[in-house]
Every structure is written in structure tokens, then in C-alpha cells.
Ligand binder design. Structure first.
Ligand code: AHG
Ligand code: MN
Ligand code: MN
Length: 334
């Protein structure tokens, strides 16, 4: 840890100086998200002590049981962001439609899409969970944002990041100028720079996937996972299997150590389980700015045009050489 105490604001201001056109509005927006993360993290860290575990009894747009912390995190993100005047519209995993900025507040030039709590099936087991977010510029013509603003290609993102609520709370994000990690120090109430210019190794030795889905996988996916298990010293195989079941936690480990995460399409769900707008796109933005790659097995994730806020996509993401190799198997070229 360097002796300089670099907060998120200081880091953004220092980076922003290289981009004079970046207005203070943008750095304030990232700071707003960090504030929401502190509030969510506080609740997550005491989840076992207060009545925020368990289910709300309602279901979300995906027909999934909504947990109290899902709903809490969603409301915190909304309430931390709706009055700032920096956003024109939001979209959340937990809300079926776009979230307009209330009439009583002004609109800004940015769009926020987010997964307020990722990995929520793990909450009661005290396993790491997270929050994922993407920021776009407004593209629609009217004063207030529209669905069009929330369905931009991932390549249009101006920033993306996640918070992982684990042994410590970390916020990892990029504004297009490197990927940087900030660890929360509760004694000062600030996220402090702890991982500057994160670069994912071009090839790893870890693979992350839910092998319980094996029977539903395509022949290509099965062949690829079998290939990773074969012994071959020259190509560092067999790889180690590491799967937490929280996308943010699995992604964070692979980003730091190298490796590949796969949630492929299968015979029952050809577009897989994960959502393009608020899970795949933000992580694809990050992994590419860290030197990695993300694909749906055939197409670069950031080139996919979303048609619906909640549309799903297969996600193959991580070390560039590993993802490219997985694509060859999935496309049955090997
Ligand atoms: P969420 O909690 O936001 O619905 O996301 C859960 C996702 C993701 O975090 C994880 O990678 C995946 O679900 C795990 O799915 P399986 O349990 O099917 O492996
Ligand atoms: Mn999620
Ligand atoms: Mn979620």
C-alpha cells in the first residue's frame, strides 16, 4: 500500500486533468456511487445481525424470489442517485422498466444501469456478493432519458465498475483510463486506492463455471472444459476449478489472478442466465481495459446491441488467450 492516501475523488481529479473535457459532473457521479456502496456495504456487513436476511415474499421481473437485501440495495442506489441532477434515467435488475428521474429533480447528461446486489443467493451463507454498474452518456434528444439511453451497446460505456462486499469492501472501476481498485477503510469512511492499473494476465490457470449444468451444455463447451482438465505441463493444464456462484466475486478473483469465467448458453437456455445490460457489459468494459476479453462465444460482448433491459447473454470472460481458446471450442473449430 503506497503511503499516499488516494481517495476516489483525488484519483478521478488526477486522471481527469488529462481529460479537460471531462466535467466535474462525471467525477461527482462516480463519487455518488461510492457513497451508495458505503451504505449498502454497511447493511451487508451486519446482515446476520439485523432482519435483512431472507425473502421479501415478492418476485422480481425474472420470477426470482427477491431478498430483502436485493430490495434494500436497489432502493439505496435509487435514493442516492435520483436527486443529484447528474442522471437522465436509470435501469436496474430489480425494476421491470426504466427508472425515470422524478419530475421534481433536474436531469443530467448521464445514464446509470446497475445490478444492485449480485450473488444474492449467497447472502445467508455469508459469501461475497456485489453491486455492478455501468455509466453511459445520454443519447436521446428530449430533456429526460428514455429506454433508448439504457439500450446502448457496451462499447458506448464511459465508465463501469463493481463493488465486492467480501473480507473487505472493494470498489473496482474504470473511466476508460485503466482499471483501479479502492479498498474501503471504515476508520476514515473512505475508499482508498489499493490496486492501481489492474492488468489481467493474458492466460490464467483457473476456470469458473457451474459444472452442474454439464448435461445441458453444447458439445463444444463440454470439450473445452474437458480440455482444461487434461494434463499438459506445456500449457499449464489441468486448470484449477474455482466457482463461488457470485459473478462479482468470481470475476474479481480472475481479474487479479488470471483465468476464465463461463456462463454459456445451453440446450434449455440458449442465451444463458446472465444479463447483458447490467452484468456482462460492465464487466466486459472492465476486463478489456485490463487487457482481457469478453465474448458470448461468438461475438464480442461490447458489440452486442441490447434489445431489452433484461435480455440475457452467454458470458465467456477473463484472460484474453483463454477466452479466445474457449471460443474455438464453442464454435467447434477444435
Ligand atoms: P443475481 O444475484 O444478481 O441474480 O446474480 C446471480 C448470478 C451471478 O451472480 C452468478 O454468477 C450466477 O447467478 C450463478 O448462477 P448459478 O447458481 O446458476 O451458477
Ligand atoms: Mn447479478
Ligand atoms: Mn442482482
Amino acid at each position: 500500500m503506497s503511503d499516499r492516501l488516494v481517495t476516489i475523488e483525488r484519483h478521478i481529479m488526477e486522471t481527469q486533468r488529462q481529460y479537460p473535457e471531462a466535467t466535474g459532473e462525471f467525477s461527482a457521479l462516480v463519487y455518488d456511487i461510492a457513497f451508495a456502496a458505503k451504505v449498502i456495504g454497511r447493511e451487508v456487513n451486519k446482515a446476520g445481525l439485523v432482519d435483512v436476511l431472507g425473502y421479501t415474499g415478492s418476485q422480481n421481473v425474472h420470477g426470482e424470489e427477491v431478498r430483502k437485501l436485493d430490495e434494500f440495495a436497489d432502493s439505496i442506489m435509487f435514493r442516492a442517485m435520483d436527486h443529484t441532477g447528474r442522471l437522465c434515467v436509470m435501469a436496474s435488475e430489480e425494476q421491470e422498466d426504466i427508472i425515470p428521474i422524478p419530475e421534481k429533480y433536474g436531469c443530467g447528461h448521464y445514464v446509470l444501469t446497475y445490478d444492485p446486489l449480485d450473488g444474492s443467493s449467497n447472502i445467508d451463507a455469508n459469501v461475497s456478493i456485489g453491486t455492478i454498474f455501468s455509466i453511459y452518456r445520454k443519447v436521446s434528444s428530449g430533456e429526460r432519458g428514455t429506454l433508448e439511453d439504457c439500450l446502448q451497446k457496451g462499447s458506448a460505456q464511459v465508465a463501469a465498475g463493481y463493488v465486492v462486499y467480501g473480507a473487505s469492501t472493494m470498489m473496482v472501476f474504470s473511466t476508460g483510463n485503466g482499471v483501479h481498485g479502492f479498498t474501503y477503510d471504515p476508520s476514515v469512511g473512505e475508499f482508498l486506492l489499493s490496486h492501481s492499473h489492474i492488468q489481467i494476465p493474458q492466460r490464467g490457470r483457473i476456470y469458473s463455471t457451474n459444472e452442474g449444468n454439464y448435461q445441458r451444455w453444447s458439445e463444444g463447451t463440454r470439450k473445452y472444459i474437458a480440455y482444461l482438465k487434461e494434463s499438459d505441463k506445456a500449457s499449464n493444464r489441468p486448470y484449477s476449478a474455482r466457482y463461488i456462484g457470485s459473478l462479482v466475486a468470481d470475476f474479481h478473483r480472475n481479474l487479479l489472478y488470471g483465468g476464465i469465467f463461463l456462463y454459456p448458453g445451453d440446450k434449455e437456455s440458449p442465451r444463458g442466465k446472465l444479463r447483458l445490460v447490467y452484468e456482462a457489459n460492465p464487466l466486459a468494459f472492465l476486463v478489456e481495459h485490463a487487457g482481457g476479453y469478453a465474448s458470448d462465444g461468438n461475438t464480442r460482448i461490447l458489440d452486442l446491441k441490447p434489445r431489452d433491459i433484461h435480455e440475457r447473454t452467454p458470458l465467456i470472460i477473463g484472460s484474453r488467450e483463454d477466452v479466445r481458446e474457449a471460443e474455438e471450442f464453442i464454435q467447434e473449430k477444435r
